[in-house]
Design a protein around this ligand. Structure first.
Ligand SMILES: NC(=O)c1ccc[n+]([C@@H]2O[C@H](COP(=O)([O-])OP(=O)(O)OC[C@H]3O[C@@H](n4cnc5c(N)ncnc54)[C@H](OP(=O)(O)O)[C@@H]3O)[C@@H](O)[C@H]2O)c1
Length: 250
């Protein structure tokens, strides 16, 4: 779909070199946003940028390792520069989702998952939301997971990190909402991406537990993110939109 709904807006999307983030980048660019595609892999980033530009959209790649706090702050500064002095939309999509028994989880594993899934969004919001608030508008979407809603054996670390991001969504809605910055979240169910491909049949087995009975494609999650940053959601704040094929209802 092509529209000009987001014309003039700059959107920083983390993890836009793959999967849900890439689909979101294409979607927001298709609505006129200048999309800043972020990730570590420049080749995949360039591929996303090229796809957007080939359809007349505006995009640039901005590298950053979200596991490094200094690099996260540098990413925010680079995004503002590339964005012509403003970032209006932030999609905290990048995430790591290792599974395994709690007893086999090391301190380093915990630090890494929390650095990428919690600390990086926290620092990006701290760097970018105040300027949005000063301008009186902005939209932030955090990408969660249905595994933050209930206990799943093997997903204690991942689920807990996204549960922290769930609370942060509400805390930031309370903090920045009065200044015109809407903060919301999307909670996906199993989705076919480069990141879940190594899981093979497990994705289908997990998806089979939900009413939809199948995994999502990235575009279905991107559509919800696009709604939350757009004109149709101007009164939606602090919400978690479940896009999980109905798993939350069962
Ligand atoms: N797919 C699912 O079934 C599912 C379900 C629920 C929630 N989610 C959530 O949705 C989000 C996207 O998932 P996905 O399946 O699309 O993931 P994916 O295909 O594995 O892509 C992950 C993205 O995150 C980036 N990333 C990972 N570690 C990073 C780091 N240290 N620094 C910077 N970027 C990093 C990757 O970029 P580079 O490799 O270029 O660095 C890549 O663009 C995640 O937050 C995930 O938890 C996914």
């Amino acid at each position: 779909m092509t529209s000009t709904e987001l014309a003039g807006a700059t959107a920083l999307i983390t993890g836009a070199t793959s999967g849900i983030g890439r689909a979101t980048a294409l979607s927001l660019a298709g609505r006129g946003a200048h999309v800043l595609v972020s990730g570590r892999d420049a080749a995949r980033g360039d591929e996303t940028v090229t796809s957007i530009r080939s359809t007349g959209g505006k995009a640039d790649f901005v590298a950053g390792d979200l596991g490094d706090a200094g690099a996260v702050r540098e990413l925010a500064r680079a995004a503002v520069d590339l964005g012509g002095g403003h970032v209006d939309i932030l999609v905290n999509n990048a995430g790591v989702f290792p599974g395994g028994p709690t007893s086999a989880t090391s301190a380093e594993d915990i630090d890494h998952v929390y650095a990428v899934n919690v600390r990086a969004p926290f620092l990006l919001v701290g760097e970018l939301a105040p300027a949005m608030a000063a301008r009186g508008h902005g939209a932030i979407v955090n990408v969660l997971t249905m595994a933050a809603r209930f206990g799943m054996a093997g997903l204690a670390l991942y689920g807990s990190s996204k549960a922290a991001l769930t609370l942060l969504t509400k805390a930031w809605a309370a903090e920045f909402g009065p200044s015109g910055v809407r903060v919301n979240a999307v909670s996906p169910g199993p989705t076919r991406t480069e990141g879940t491909r190594p899981l093979g049949d497990q994705v289908d087995q997990l998806a089979a537990l939900a009413p939809a009975g199948r995994p999502a494609v990235p575009e279905e999650i991107a559509a919800a993110i696009t709604y939350l940053v757009g004109e149709g959601a101007t009164f939606v704040q602090g919400a978690v939109l479940d896009v999980d094929g109905g798993r939350n209802a069962t």
